[in-house]
Design a protein around this ligand. Structure first.
Ligand SMILES: Nc1nc2c(ncn2[C@@H]2O[C@H](COP(=O)(O)OP(=O)(O)OP(=O)(O)O)[C@@H](O)[C@H]2O)c(=O)[nH]1
Ligand SMILES: [Mg+2]
Length: 559
């Protein structure tokens, strides 16, 4: 007997590899963090297995760590129910000749019921199919199996579709699976491809029994077992224990019983099962995270392109051109020849036409909110679309499948709000025209002085002319050289006015250009802030989530 247990211990590859509950919980938490970061970015169907795992593991661990749920699974007629009854030493699950016999799962609980009821509620075994293996008579005999919840499943290769669904559901919930095969069907493809092969990450909680071994000539048994072992190795289940059983003879299940006793005593199956689940889920998610560090975000050149495109959409060129014109308009109105100034003031201010707050004549107008900056042209719109696309493409260049779409969506997520935000940003920008430069005043005063001189000279000359016309003595005009003073004042004033205007014009043109560039810088900066908030920030958020998801998945892999 000790020899048997020794062989089983040997056979359980993972027997000595204990799963630390804290490590498992940390790995589950890592999967949870992955989901929190990836949710909303990746297609839901890719995340379903991880969600299922987190939910299932949480419930399973909360329900009962004292019980080990073992399922007998296999093809119809392999002898699952017979083994179930043999292990329970009672006829609990009907064994029949008509196939398939077992349609719904039956359960037998060894030991105290506490916790097992809720566990079976969760697993979904109907109360009328639950049995208890606890009696005063044989309590000691069965003590070694205390904590075992054995399930007899329907056949997984069933002609009844509902049986298959039920088996698939239950296989996702149990802690350990005993695959029951028989000498006739042990090599069936469906068993290996659809089921056993799928469990290669659950080797530590997988056991294979060749039942009905008594139906083989004794000499044949080792050959069949070797063949079964070869097939299991091909399934990726190398190292999984393979036992021969005979459900019709109590001695024929000794090894199986010993294996189950050991499993129950270790209380590791539930942890190993969930560790295998984490492994499977993480492997499925592997292609959704890359090995490289995620890029920090769109590079400066791309961000610059975006700002330029946004500036075009926001009408920055139109506003800056209006700033230049307005500067010239206002400068001329302040520094021009006084007569020209009045005429200048009659013309509309180029900036007021844009209805920018602070630039409108009537403050009530600014309450309307929207400016009259021209709407973007189709070309500007498409340039913006391309720039946003470029931001997304460059940011997502190194990201693995699924994420580039998320980045593109993030980049476009606030597209509808952009026009208003840009308009507000343009409206709120100080264009630098509020204060009149000091030199305008000096020149303005100078223009007035020379004009007054010219008018004084003119008045003086007119006065002399009137005196002469009335026959009154014309007073002597003081002379400056050969030119009388009034004439000098008139001509000199006019000439000085013209000269001042001529000298001022290039300065105004240069200063208007400077005002335009200053306004352009300020508007570009304001537009860049909008681009950052409405396009780059959402993109960076996805990249940050990607980084978190990637780290979380790495933590979930770590042992
Ligand atoms: N000789 C022999 N017959 C067995 C053994 N195990 C089961 N049988 C017989 O095989 C037939 C099928 O057994 P079941 O236990 O009903 O098989 P099952 O796997 O539960 O079948 P389904 O419920 O239809 O999935 C019955 O007639 C059993 O008596 C065994 O180890 N040796
Ligand atoms: Mg059955």
């Amino acid at each position: 007997m000790s020899n048997v247990v020794g062989r089983i211990r040997e056979a359980f590859r993972g027997g000595d590899q204990r799963v630390d509950p804290d490590v498992l919980l940390a790995r589950l938490d890592a999967v949870r963090r992955f989901l929190a970061a990836a949710d909303g970015h990746l297609p839901d169907n890719r995340l379903v297995p991880a969600h299922t795992l987190v939910e299932r593991a949480g419930t399973r661990l909360a329900l009962s760590r004292d019980h080990t749920v073992v399922a007998l699974a296999g093809a119809t007629g392999s002898g699952k129910s017979s083994l179930f009854n043999a292990l329970a030493r009672l006829d609990l699950s009907p064994v029949g000749v008509r196939r398939p016999t077992t349609g719904v799962a039956h359960a037998c609980v060894w030991g105290p019921q506490e916790g097992a009821g809720r566990l079976l509620d969760w697993i979904g075994v109907l109360p009328r199919h639950r049995f208890v293996r606890e009696s005063a008579l044989d309590a000691d005999d069965e003590a070694a199996l205390h904590g075992l919840v054995l399930l007899d499943l329907p056949d997984f290769d069933s002609v009844q579709w509902s049986h298959r669904l039920e088996v698939d559901r239950l296989l996702g919930l149990v802690d350990l699976v005993v695959w029951v095969v028989d000498p006739q069907k042990y090599a069936d493809r469906v068993i290996h491809t659809s089921y056993l092969g799928e469990f290669h990450r659950h080797r530590d909680v997988t056991l294979v029994v060749l039942n009905q071994a008594d139906r083989l000539p004794p000499a044949e048994l080792p050959r069949v077992l070797a063949d079964l072992r070869r097939l299991l190795d091909e399934d990726g289940l190398d190292g999984v224990p393979v036992l021969a059983t005979n459900a019709t003879d109590p001695d024929g299940i000794v090894e199986l019983r010993a294996a189950l006793e050991r499993t129950v005593a270790e209380r590791q199956a539930v942890l190993r099962r969930l560790a295998g689940d984490v492994e499977t889920v993480v492997a499925g998610l592997d292609e959704l995270v890359g090995s490289d560090h995620p890029a920090g975000g769109p590079d400066e050149a791309t961000a610059g392109e975006l700002t330029r495109a946004l500036a075009g959409t926001a009408g920055v060129p139109a506003v800056t051109e209006a700033v230049r014109e307005a500067y010239r308009h206002r400068a001329v109105a302040s520094t021009g020849w006084p007569l020209v100034r009045g005429w200048r003031r009659l013309r509309p201010d180029p900036l007021r036409r844009l209805h920018l707050p602070g630039e409108v004549a009537d403050p009530a107008e600014s309450l309307v909110g929207a400016t009259s900056v021209p709407d973007p042209t189709a070309a500007q719109r498409s340039a913006l679309g391309l720039a946003i696309r470029a931001v997304a493409d460059r940011a997502a260049a190194e990201l693995p499948a699924g994420w580039p779409t998320a980045v593109t969506e993030a980049a476009r997520s606030r597209l509808a709000d952009l026009p208003d935000a840009l308009d507000r940003a343009v409206a709120a920008t100080d264009l630098g025209l509020a204060r009149r430069p000091l030199w305008w005043r000096f020149v303005g005063v100078g223009q007035w002085l020379v004009t007054l001189a010219a008018l004084g000279g003119l008045g003086w000359l007119v006065f002399g002319y009137v005196l002469r016309a009335l026959g009154l003595p014309d007073p002597e005009h003081p002379m400056v050289g050969v030119v009388p003073l009034p004439t000098l004042l008139l001509l000199g004033g006019l000439l000085a006015g013209l000269l001042l205007s001529a000298l001022t014009r290039p300065i105004v043109r240069w200063a208007a250009g400077r005002a335009r560039r200053r306004a352009e810088q300020r508007l570009t900066a304001a537009v860049a802030v909008v681009g950052d908030e409405y396009v780059l920030t959402p993109v960076r958020a996805v990249l940050a989530d990607y980084g978190v998801a990637r780290e979380a998945l790495r933590d979930a892999v770590r042992h």
